[in-house]
Design a protein around this ligand. Sequence first.
Ligand SMILES: Nc1ncnc2c1ncn2[C@@H]1O[C@H](COP(=O)(O)OP(=O)(O)OP(=O)(O)O)[C@@H](O)[C@H]1O
Length: 418
Amino acid sequence: MLTRSVANDVLTVGKELRTLADEFIPREYQDYYLHEMKKLLVNKDSEFAIVIDEYQPQSNSPDQMFKAVETYLGSKLNESGIRSLNVCINKESLAVRMNENEEIIDEFDGIQVKWRLATDIEPREPQSASKRYELTFHNRHRLMILESYLPYILDRSDEIKAGESGLTLHMINNGYPGPKNIVLDNPMTFETLAMEPELKKSIVEDLNNFKNGKEYYRRIGKAWKRGYLIEGPSGTGKSSLIASMANHLNYDIYDVVLTDVDSESLLKSILLQIPSKSILVFEDFDQLQNPTGDDKPSQKTTFSRLLNIMDGIWSCSGEQRVFVFTTKCADKLDQTLLRAGRVDMHIHMSYCTFSAFKQLAFSYLEVEEHKLFERIEELLEHVNVTPADVAGELMMCRNDATMSLENLVAYLDKKISL
Ligand SMILES: Nc1ncnc2c1ncn2[C@@H]1O[C@H](COP(=O)(O)OP(=O)(O)OP(=O)(O)O)[C@@H](O)[C@H]1O
């Protein structure tokens, strides 16, 4: 976000007016004219402008403040009285935006401010037009605008976003977001995620502490970020847990594919693109480890370098970021890389326990108790099946709970006998 005064522009206009006065206004009226003009300059000079550019230099992702302003003003358009709107499809629903050069007057705590959307077009590259919002207000409100109004817009845009459905899954491939960002329509939440209740509770508490920890992180002088390692065999719900986290925090997910990233500068540019309030996911990240220690120039980026770069880039950033590493087997990992501060919480996703089964039975069949539960509990103690396996069985006869549970018993019996 850039802040700049319009005073220079006004002074330039002032000089031009003086020249005009010399040329066109009779000498006896010039004093009066210049006096009036000075009053105008003083008034104009007291105007202050804040410019919020769509993109920061070196960044491919829209500026967080720009996006927040867009969301906030979008919610104001109906009451704004402006004469034209830009309508587009955003996350499969209609979204309205301001049109260029339209102005909206907003009021905050009795203060009037003016918003305008402008576009800079580079004549040689008209396709790379960049947009910006210009906010103008009286100079004396500068502190209040910076300290209260802009933070208020950030909070309001979060509330508005939370009220809308649909988070986005961004695929970051070879350094750039993939051709298509996908609407994350995964309804998995901590309500429906089957796992040990104590573990679930501790994850939710940890996320809440993180989300509400702005002052805390500032006070202890640490970057506002949190790292989770999710470990477990295929089908134990690692992706389901990430979707639950995204829905709980209302953060978009950035799925970062790092296997093709072979330069540090590319990696840095990927990380710098990721906006605040995002979950960065590095799936099966143990594959990034470089067990040989071989450091050929062509060597793919190693896990330890990734962690160092992340520490460096975000150590001085005040923005919220959650990063999640998943692995099917934590034993393969170099434990020194997982020291506290890099990975803050290690979550083990286990094979289906009886308590996880009960949550699945409630979600899929709406049953809380059944005579077959005892038998299922006994079987689950002796066989390793994933929640995905159990969910698959429960879905088969979903209109008949008893038949569905009998099928599950038969499935578990068969597994034991193998
Ligand atoms: N703990 C769970 N609670 C509820 N549903 C689950 C759970 N685990 C798995 N499932 C069901 O199984 C499906 C597949 O699980 P998911 O993709 O989350 O597993 P995963 O561990 O990420 O697997 P992979 O390692 O193969 O990516 C989910 O879409 C969900 O329907």
